[in-house]
Design a protein around this ligand. Structure first.
Ligand SMILES: [Zn+2]
Length: 345
């Protein structure tokens, strides 16, 4: 850039040589010499102001471009040695061996989630991720858990000192989804959403129990929706997912937020009901909880239960995947065991 004004020429030279010495190149944009030029602009006679102002602006833009260019170069730098911050004195050949990110692969649960969401997209559902921190209202009150109801104790939740809850189930999103889409109902557009998310429970850990796992919630509300629609939807999904014809059966269960509530079982996809290890020799696998959405839950979201009905379900993503691939221990998913993860890459 060629400047005409002598002061601008001098400041430009000065700042361009200084920028080479700065660790944080952006500091040059706050240089007092640059500020002084802008101050001077204010007191110049009106007939000189335009030409001088243009040059000062040009200089500022030139410096900005130099700063932006330097940060691009920083992105090309080699990644920091992650071992260094922990113990720089450890000999190089004894430091942890971190994998390069380009050698990584998608986590098996996330790959299964993509497959499952694809099935539900094709069935007309939309997907909304749940939150990893929520409040008492969405965890309990909006789901028809009365205050002091013993069912609240069934959920051994993690709480922050501020009283926020790490959700024990993705149902925490039901009220938000129902509210978000309820206006569609008047136009005969049903509410159809699946809600994948990470959930947390204070469990004693073993091969079938983990403190952190994934659920997929589903909500469907419209006119004249009944248990038959619920069973058909879940059966269609499971047959798509396991790529097999399956029998399903329901048995009564209790959840505060559905009435009636069911436990949903499917014929074992691995032994054709003959009995195997995966189904504990019973031929059936109890897989998920579901039911018709309780009228109080609809009312709480501003939906008239006398006009609209709907169903909801919740299923463990880890469990679906464990069954599909015959994985014997749920803890493998969160353990960072590379020998396990590599089988799915
Ligand atoms: Zn079986």
């Amino acid at each position: 850039m060629d400047y005409q004004n002598q002061k601008v020429i001098e400041v430009a030279e000065l700042l361009k040589s200084r920028i080479a010495t700065l660790d944080n190149k952006a500091e040059i944009l706050r240089a007092v010499e640059l500020k002084a030029l802008f101050e001077e602009l204010k007191v110049l006679p009106a007939d000189q102001r335009a030409a001088f102002g243009k040059e000062v602006n040009d200089l500022q833009n030139e410096l900005r471009e130099i700063v932006a260019g330097s940060s691009d170069k920083q992105a090309d730098l080699k990644p920091i040695d992650l071992t260094a911050p922990f113990d720089i004195n450890v000999a190089k050949n004894k430091r942890s061996n971190y994998l390069r990110s380009d050698q990584g692969s998608i986590h098996p649960l996330m790959r299964e989630l993509e497959t499952i969401l694809d099935i539900f997209y094709r069935m007309g559902f939309t997907a909304i991720e749940s939150r990893q921190l929520d409040d008492d209202y969405h965890m309990f009150s909006s789901l028809n858990f009365p205050e002091d109801h013993p069912a609240r104790d069934d959920y051994d939740t993690f709480m922050t000192t501020e009283g926020l809850i790490a959700p024990a189930q993705t149902s925490t999103m039901q009220n938000r989804i129902l509210r978000k889409y309820k206006d569609n109902l008047a136009n005969d557009i049903p509410i159809a959403a699946v809600i994948p998310g990470r959930v947390f429970r204070n469990e004693d850990l073993d091969a079938r129990h983990e403190h952190t796992f994934y659920q997929i919630e589903g909500v469907y509300v419209g006119k004249g929706i009944n248990v038959g629609n619920l069973i058909a939807t879940l059966k269609t999904f499971l047959q798509e997912y396991y790529k097999k014809d399956l029998e399903v059966k329901t048995q009564p269960y209790y959840f505060p937020f559905t009435e009636p509530s069911f436990e949903f079982a499917l014929s074992c996809p691995f032994c054709e009901k003959k009995g195997c290890n995966i189904c504990s020799q019973t031929g059936w696998i109890e897989l998920l909880g579901c039911g018709m959405i309780h009228p109080n839950v609809l009312k709480e979201a501003g939906i008239d239960p006398n006009i609209y009905t709907g169903f909801a379900w919740g299923v463990g993503l880890d469990r679906l995947a464990m069954m599909k691939y015959d994985i014997e221990d749920v803890r493998y998913f969160e353990s960072g065991r590379l020998d396990f993860l590599r089988q799915f890459s």
